[in-house]
Structures are given as structure tokens and as C-alpha cells.
Design a protein. Structure first.
Length: 197
């Protein structure tokens, strides 16, 4: 019994710490599709945007990891009312914090499911009605709940990561509209490349 314990413990003692904790750093870019529901009779505002930024995190035991991916992203919201296009375009600083649970057993393709929160900070905005445009002074900071699904494709020390995120805005409701509960959510489709030493 003692020999069995010895042979079980010795390999663990001599395994490199990097087997347990692996940092990674890289870049990611992609598109987003945003939906804002003002709960009125004119319908939703929707639009496409893009994002690009960093992706960094720490992977534990090839099973789960913690990731932060600060990004610049644009969002767009538009609808047509009485044949007139109305909407708004924003530039944002987007910071998601994600906990990912991985399959962990596949050597090359490693799918994951992630949950987290994100801060979205509007840094510039333009509203428009038809051809008339105006700057938005009342910019918002929002808290989002997110779900992330994707996979890591491992090529030596390089990881390629196609990823899908669903963001739900927890602070979209305007307190000045007591008879309505506005909703805002978006979908991210991104591709990342990272280096894991």
C-alpha cells in the first residue's frame, strides 16, 4: 500500500507548475448585433457593430479559466418610423470578466462554456433622425450579464478561439419611464488568437 501511494504522489511532485496554471495573452476581433426594445409601439431598434481588443487569462488544470478581454466596440441601433430612419451609434469601452468551464480532455479541440459579467462604458454617441444628426451628451455606463460558448483550437503554444457571446444589459431600464421596462441585449461573434507560454 505504501508503494502504491509513493508511485501516486511522486509524479505529482515532479510535474511542472505550468501543468496546473497556464497564463495566455492574445487578441480578438469580431462583429456584434444589438437589440434595444423600448417597449413602445414603434418596434425594436437593431444594428450591427464591430469590436477588437485583448484577450488574457489564466487556465487551471486544463479544466477552467478566468479571462478578461478589454475591447473597443461600436454598437448601432436603428428603426424606421413613418418611413424615416431613426437611431443612434455608439463607441464603447467593453470589459468582460468570464469564468470558463472546459471539456479539458481533448488534446487539440477544447470546447468551453463561460459565464460572467461585463462593463460597457459609452465614450461617444451620435443620434439621428433622417439626415439630421446630433451628439449624445448623456452617455451611459451599463452592467451586462453574459454567456459565452466557444472552443480553443490548440496548435503548439498558439490557441485559435472562435467564440459566441450573449450579453444581457442588467441596467437598460430607464427609471424615468415608470410604465415601461426597456430591454437591451446583443450577440457577439468573435475570433481570437493567443499565445500560451
Amino acid at each position: 500500500m505504501k508503494r502504491l501511494l509513493l508511485f501516486t504522489i511522486l509524479p505529482v511532485l515532479f510535474v511542472s507548475p505550468q501543468t496546473f496554471v497556464n497564463p495566455y495573452f492574445g487578441f480578438q476581433t469580431g462583429l456584434n448585433y444589438s437589440i434595444f426594445d423600448p417597449k413602445d409601439e414603434a418596434g425594436n431598434l437593431t444594428g450591427l457593430g464591430f469590436q477588437f481588443g485583448l484577450g488574457m487569462g489564466i487556465e487551471f488544470l486544463n479544466t477552467f479559466d478566468l479571462e478578461i478581454a478589454p475591447s473597443f466596440r461600436t454598437t448601432s441601433f436603428e428603426r424606421t418610423v413613418l418611413n424615416i430612419e431613426t437611431g443612434a451609434d455608439f463607441k464603447n469601452f467593453y470589459i468582460p470578466f468570464i469564468f470558463k468551464l472546459r471539456a479539458g480532455t481533448l488534446p487539440v479541440v477544447n470546447p468551453y462554456l463561460g459565464l460572467g459579467i461585463a462593463g460597457n462604458f459609452q465614450i461617444d454617441g451620435t443620434a439621428y433622425v433622417g439626415s439630421f444628426k446630433s451628439s449624445i451628451d448623456d452617455l451611459e455606463n451599463d452592467l451586462l450579464f453574459l454567456v459565452s460558448v466557444g472552443t480553443d483550437i490548440k496548435l503548439a503554444k498558439i490557441k485559435l478561439t472562435p467564440d459566441f457571446k450573449f450579453n444581457y444589459n442588467l441596467t437598460a431600464d430607464d427609471p424615468d419611464t415608470e410604465d415601461r421596462s426597456e430591454e437591451n441585449y446583443d450577440f457577439h461573434f468573435s475570433f481570437g488568437i493567443s499565445y500560451a507560454p
